[in-house]
Write a protein that binds this ligand. Structure first.
Ligand code: ZN
Length: 290
């Protein structure tokens, strides 16, 4: 039986038993890659023998239309606190809160979610997900250099309020796919190929698909720390990119009169520009989870 869908979602299959898979693009309106993938899938899935059900959806259609990241507030920060989302009076809700409420029931139901994003700064592609066997299996045929996951002890709210979080919390496999820089469209074919390999792996479609990409074992990184600027004078020692590696003991920044160093070998994750006092300067990750 077909699932009742939120607006801006299309369903394929739904007649045979099997997994329920959701692919989302345009959760952020300034990331056209995911939207392009959704449009391509809508065409290709017409000719697929879908097992179970595949739902493709534009996350934040109004923001996509306006080519802005969001209209009122970041959609991907409303999936942390279900109760708060539910209880707020209707007239007080932001546009994205309304959309989050529309999407929420679907997120709780699906077996798999692939949420397709792009980064605001140039970056190599990576996956953000829980690092379990089930999650890794779903992306086993991909060529993607890094899998980023929160460390066991890292409970930062920004990472706990995304769509993938809700899917995981309800027993599914939630994956956020960062495809690279949002100004660069040249890798579309490779992104689409990974998405098809994912759908094949779930058992839902593209059963005979063979990727041209060579699968490579990605490096697993675990975010263990959020580095917060303590003063107004926080400056990095150099222009660290996403995934920049620093050795134990290395000074990475000056914060007022203090030197900031890392107490273990670390990788930069999402370093910020225009850092403000009391706000995130960067996240730090390591290769072990403990
Ligand atoms: Zn995004």
């Amino acid at each position: 039986m077909k699932t009742i869908l939120p607006p801006y979602a299309d369903s394929f299959g739904g007649v045979t038993p099997g997994p329920m898979v959701l692919v989302v693009g345009g959760t952020h309106g300034d990331e056209p890659m995911g939207v392009q993938v959704i449009h391509a899938l809508k065409e290709e899935l017409k000719n697929q023998a879908v097992v179970g059900e595949i739902i493709v959806m534009i996350g934040n259609p109004e923001a996509v239309e306006k080519k802005v990241r969001f209209v009122d507030s970041d959609l991907n920060r409303f999936f942390g606190n279900e109760a708060a989302l539910k209880n707020k009076p209707l007239q007080a809700r932001l546009k994205e809160e309304v959309r989050a409420r529309e999407i929420m029931p679907l997120l709780k139901k699906v077996d798999y979610l692939l949420d397709i994003h792009s980064t605001l700064k140039p970056s190599i592609p990576f996956l953000y997900m829980e690092n379990t066997k089930k999650h890794r299996k779903a992306v086993e045929e991909w060529s993607v250099p890094y899998i980023i996951s929160p460390d066991y002890n890292f409970t930062n709210q920004a990472f706990r309020s995304c769509m993938d979080n809700i899917v995981d919390a309800h027993g599914g496999v939630g994956i956020t796919y960062e495809t690279g820089w949002n100004q660069d469209n040249s890798h579309f074919e490779s992104v689409l190929s990974n998405v098809k390999a994912f759908l094949k792996q779930t058992g839902a479609a593209f059963h005979d698909f063979k990727s041209n990409e060579l699968p490579s074992a990605p490096q697993s990184l675990f975010i263990y720390k959020e580095l917060i600027a303590q003063t107004k004078k926080f400056v990095f020692e150099k222009d660290f990119n996403n995934f920049a590696f620093v050795s134990k003991g290395e000074v990475i920044a000056r914060d007022g009169t203090q030197c900031v160093s890392v107490d273990q070998d670390s990788y930069f994750i999402f370093p910020k520009m225009n850092i403000k006092q009391g706000k995130t300067a960067t996240y730090l990750a390591r290769t072990i989870n403990n």
